[in-house]
Design a protein around this ligand. Structure first.
Ligand code: NAD
Ligand code: TYD
Length: 352
């Protein structure tokens, strides 16, 4: 392939966070040729990108990062200048039911990409970056106090977080062993438009809309640190372009919510948006058996990226959550498309 532009590979670009990253890069960097590689699992949805699909600097490739030969040929063809790697199996509950796809995609798939990047870039003097998108869940669970930082020891507790921790270790090992230029960021829980309704916020919005029970695990006392997805995408842009090779960046919202308080806030906003009697959605709250090995608390100290790269979350949570609720209420086709078919089987198996 004759290259006239820098080729950037974004994996998992049809998923929740990936689609926001692809949109930001396609619109902001006409000088890049952006290749979105995605297997289109249940979580991948090209509808997420319908507004940028026809842009000339964008190309979609359907494929599986677990296929070593396929990945090697893809790198041979495009000679990518950089990689932003988001493709993953991403839902903790699914990893508890069946960890194996998490090991395949998150560990073996990542190792395939790393190997292809080493092979492609080893004789080149150009600047290349392999940027791996990871999660704060690799650090395990916090008690009431303290924050995760870039130096917190790894202590993953679920099959999902163990597979992401494994992938992070391989990324660092490829830098140490083969001299690959890598960056990792570990982010807290994201929310916003286009998130698949298996995760807490979109699942509960959909259930409130349909007046179905809201299955709160345990007593609803677990705490998560929520960040609006577009703020994460902006952080990824900054880290990719201005981050230091070999470094790790923690990204979070300084925005901790106990699950039950968050669910009550959602109920209040939905009552108001749907013109329902105040308090009626909260009646749907149902306490169910706790998730196995449920991490109590995640909270990120993101001062490094703020101090070094000038990043800050742009939205107050109350504003972001209201915007998110409105997006799901307005995009009924999107919601109906993703909740038909196999979603119903997943829902029955998970919630009875
Ligand atoms: P998602 O499940 O919405 O999307 C994952 C995407 O990866 C989907 O489009 C899917 O089709 C694709 N994919 C899965 N397996 C693949 C394979 N074998 N080959 C090619 N493509 C494949 O996930 P998300 O929430 O957007 O998360 C994206 C990344 O960010 C993940 O690496 C995740 O670990 C990380 N992360 C997520 C959060 C969060 O709150 N969602 C927080 C921190 C980090
Ligand atoms: P989730 O969105 O699955 O993200 P993660 O487990 O990666 O943090 O869950 C967020 C929190 O909400 C977590 O503490 C589990 C809880 N939860 C429920 O109480 N009920 C549910 O049906 C789901 C999906 C999550």
């Amino acid at each position: 392939m004759v290259k006239t532009k820098k080729n950037l590979l974004i994996t998992g670009g049809a998923g929740f966070i990936g689609s926001h990253v692809v949109r930001l890069f396609v619109n902001k960097y006409p000088e890049y040729h952006i290749v979105n590689l995605d297997k289109l699992t249940y979580a991948g949805n090209l509808e997420n990108l319908s507004d940028i699909t026809f842009k000339s600097n964008y190309e979609f490739v359907k494929g599986d990062i677990v296929g070593r030969k396929f990945i090697s040929e893809l790198f041979g063809h495009y000679r990518f200048d950089g990689v932003i790697h988001l493709a993953a199996e991403s839902h903790v509950d699914r990893s508890i039911k069946n960890p194996l796809p998490f090991i395949d995609t998150n560990i073996i798939g990542t190792a395939n990409l790393l190997g292809a990047a080493v092979d492609t870039w080893q004789k080149s003097t150009d600047k290349h970056i392999f940027y791996h998108i990871s999660t704060d869940e690799v650090y395990g669970s916090l008690d009431e106090g303290g924050f995760f930082t870039e130096t917190t020891p790894y202590d993953p507790q679920s099959p999902y977080s163990a597979s992401k921790a494994g992938s992070d270790h391989f990324v660092r090992a490829y830098q140490n062993t083969y001299g690959l230029s890598v960056i990792i960021s570990n982010c807290s829980n994201n929310y916003g438009p286009n998130q698949f309704p298996e995760k807490l916020i979109p699942l509960f919005i959909n259930n409130i809309k349909n007046e179905k029970p809201l299955p709160v695990y345990g007593k609803g006392e677990n705490i998560r640190d929520w960040l609006y997805v577009e703020d994460h995408a902006r952080a990824i842009d900054l880290v990719y372009h201005q981050g230091n090779v070999g470094e790790t960046y923690s990204i979070g919202g300084f925005n901790e919510w106990k699950n039950l308080d968050l669910v009550k806030l959602l109920c209040k906003i939905m009552d108001s948006q749907l013109d329902r009697k105040p308090g009626s959605s909260a009646e749907l709250i149902t306490f169910v058996t706790d998730r196995a090995g449920h991490d109590l608390r995640y909270a990120i100290d993101s001062s490094k990226i703020t101090q070094l790269l000038g990043w800050n979350p742009s939205l107050q949570f109350e504003q972001g959550i209201e915007q998110t609720v409105n997006w799901y209420l307005q995009n009924t086709d999107w919601l109906e498309n993703v909740t038909s078919g196999t979603y119903q089987n997943y829902y029955k198996e998970q919630y009875g």
